[in-house]
Design a protein around this ligand. Sequence first.
Ligand code: ATP
Ligand code: TPS
Ligand code: MG
Length: 357
Amino acid sequence: MTVSPTPTPAATVEQVSESELLSVFLPLSKTASSYVEVGPGDDCAVVAVPQGRVVITTDTQVVDQDFRVRWPNGYETTGADTAHKCAAQNLADIAAMGAVPTSMVVSMTLPGNTPVQWVQDFATGLAEAFDRLGATDCALVGGDLGRGRELSVTATVLGVMEDGNPVLRSGAGAGGTLVHVGALGLAAAGLSALEAPPGSGWDRVPEHNRRELERAQLRPLAPILTGPKAARAGVSAMIDISDGLLRDAGRVARASGVVVDLDPAALEEAVAQLAEAGNAAGVDPWRWVLTGGEDHGLLAVLPPGVQVPPGMRAIGSCAPADRRPADIGDTAVTIAGQDPGQWLGCDVGEGWDHFEP
Ligand SMILES: Nc1ncnc2c1ncn2[C@@H]1O[C@H](COP(=O)(O)OP(=O)(O)OP(=O)(O)O)[C@@H](O)[C@H]1O
Ligand SMILES: Cc1ncc(C[n+]2csc(CCOP(=O)(O)O)c2C)c(N)n1
Ligand SMILES: [Mg+2]
């Protein structure tokens, strides 16, 4: 057997073999957790499910749909950025069930000219993201590496309920309070900054503020520890906001057969925080707050009489769907009792949809 030399980080993946790439990827990865019985290296991983049931989710990022290798503002997405986003978007779904993440598998499709360094940064970035987001007992237990024309990363995460039942979208009831934790609109504003070429209005926003928003898009701080806490505190419905507040609140409302009414006063702080950026970008910051996705905050509904869990804020309420006023048609989400477009004075849509023209 010939011993292959260790690839240098300056090499591209097409200059190394799959096993060489794995040999510099896996040692940098966090592959152990108290749930992992067999980690990377065999045909499958083996993960314990002591509580007897598993919660499972998957999410994909594709270049030029979900991120860019090089953004119009000049920023180049690192492997660590992609790893953090991959962790945040999957872990937020696990948290939105009230569950705790135990393990992840990642499938990566890499163009031949991807630097080996990018793949190594993904490994260290993923371990860092688990730590930063609070997924302290989650590990990378397997995956797949392949070559393709477009960079894409798909992760699947398993989680367990430490106690209680998974919190579904369908559990909101009339008289419930809508509560939220996390950012609102920051990732969408960051996307606008990253997509702006030099010379745009964004140049007027102080560098520090602009970087902070770009970071919110690249590495959203999904408040995943609040998920199980909110479940324990008694929330009856929960979702992570990936596609925008209106769209994801609408999903809860429709699944539960209620109308969700947002309290604009509770959203004003988030809007005010984005006022300067909105001004520079020529965007009404309400649009980012109401329809911007990818913040991966948690939106939940408390039954009447249940206290707002620590860290969460009340932002609205739920009414029976049959009490929907005739003039708001089949809108599942209102703002101060009005159709969102009517309230804002322009058509806002609901949020992100991958297939909308
Ligand atoms: N290819 C598919 N096969 C089976 N189920 C799917 C497929 N694509 C989507 N779904 C399911 O349809 C539902 C779509 O809802 P939604 O887009 O809100 O899901 P989500 O996974 O929470 O999204 P996000 O990842 O943006 O948080 C989810 O339950 C998802 O698992
Ligand atoms: C280059 C580029 N163009 C557009 C966007 C915006 N975007 C992509 S996916 C998504 C919603 C969540 O998706 P999912 O439901 O698949 O998790 C949003 C708001 C981006 N991030 N990068
Ligand atoms: Mg989700």
